[in-house]
Design a protein around this ligand. Structure first.
Ligand code: HPA
Ligand code: ZN
Length: 327
């Protein structure tokens, strides 16, 4: 297997991280004091002790509670800058970050507040740490298709700052096809498309099929259930669909997954990347720690980790010149 120092020194790209999920307990306390919220009297350990989940809904309940602490442009700046500073220190050269504007606009925070804070942090972090980042706007799948469409309309003045669209949150009863219209608008506007097909969700195989065949998803976020359907697996392999695999939620939601599934994905000839997902809620497992979890589970060799890292740079939504500079 690869050593810790090999993983730490490896140039890395991240393709699956939710900005709101990078909110660390320490920053929660800062924001709570700043904005006058009750959790300001809690310690970081108190907050962490509440981070118990074993499926997607129980995770989302924690995530939605934390989102409430983000109020001002400066809050979004601090969130994004802290994540970029942290992963730059781990030799992450490039990251594509999901954000969930509807979780903010539905509680009265302007789209502009969210994106301006994030954009300023991206620029400052590139200046201060050299890290390159782009944004993927996710739609909240338990909210309506109309709400997703309204959100896309709100984003129109900022499309130059958004490289793609995604789909996240509660998958049950919310298939990709529900959002066919807004994904078509996004594609016609020249944006890339990805979506979550979370682990072991209801109708997961039909959701994966719709993502690949009906709504133009270029990647699959998680997507592990492809392993159970030979025809989906063959399609994903032939189209070189990148899978954004996240070892921490794998472990939490499907114990044994890193031992079995990562090796199975590689053996099936699929293109995988390793990512953190929501490190603020996942024991601060950022890129280095996520790669070590994958290594420990699947006994990944240095050569395999180089391939996985190159997969991420190859799957990144960047131009040929920038890609050459990384590879
Ligand atoms: N899956 C679905 N929704 C999410 C996730 C995830 O991993 N993280 C934040 N919202
Ligand atoms: Zn995710």
């Amino acid at each position: 297997s690869a050593s810790d120092s090999f993983i730490e020194a490896l140039p890395k790209a991240e393709l699956h991280v939710h900005l709101e999920g990078t909110l660390e307990p320490a920053l929660k306390i800062v924001l709570a004091r700043r904005n006058g919220h009750a959790i300001q009297s809690m310690t970081e350990d108190d907050i962490r002790a509440g981070y118990v989940f074993d499926d997607l809904p129980s995770f989302l309940a924690l995530y939605y509670e934390g989102v409430e602490l983000l109020q001002t442009e400066q809050d979004f700046y601090d969130l994004c800058y802290a994540y970029l500073k942290k992963v730059a220190s781990q030799n992450v050269l490039y990251t594509e970050m999901f954000f969930d504007p509807q979780l903010h606009t539905r509680r009265g925070i302007a789209f502009e507040t969210v994106i301006k804070g994030i954009s300023r942090a991206r620029a400052d972090a590139q200046r201060d740490f050299g890290i390159r980042s782009q944004l993927i706007m996710c739609f909240i799948r338990e909210m309506s298709a109309e709400s997703a469409d309204e959100t896309f309309t709100q984003a129109l003045p900022y499309l130059s700052e958004i490289i793609g669209v995604g789909l996240d949150s509660d998958e049950k009863g919310n298939p990709p096809a529900k959002f066919a219209h807004v994904f078509r608008r996004a594609r016609e506007a020249g944006l890339h498309v990805t979506m979550h097909c979370d682990i072991d969700q209801q109708n997961t195989h039909e959701h994966i099929r719709q993502a690949l065949e009906d709504v133009g998803s270029e990647r699959l976020d998680h997507g592990l259930n492809v392993l159970e359907k030979p025809e989906l697996l063959q399609q994903a392999r032939e189209r070189h669909i990148p899978f954004t695999v996240c070892p921490f939620p794998n472990m939490a939601i499907r114990p044994g997954s890193n031992e079995k599934d990562i090796r199975a994905l590689l053996d099936a000839g699929l293109t995988i990347t390793i990512n953190s997902d929501d490190p603020g809620y996942m024991q601060s497992v950022y890129m280095n720690e996520a790669m070590k979890m994958a290594r420990d589970g699947a006994a990944l060799t240095p050569e395999e980790l180089v391939t996985i890292s190159r997969n991420a740079f190859n799957a990144a939504w960047i131009g040929a010149e920038e890609r050459r500079a990384y590879l």
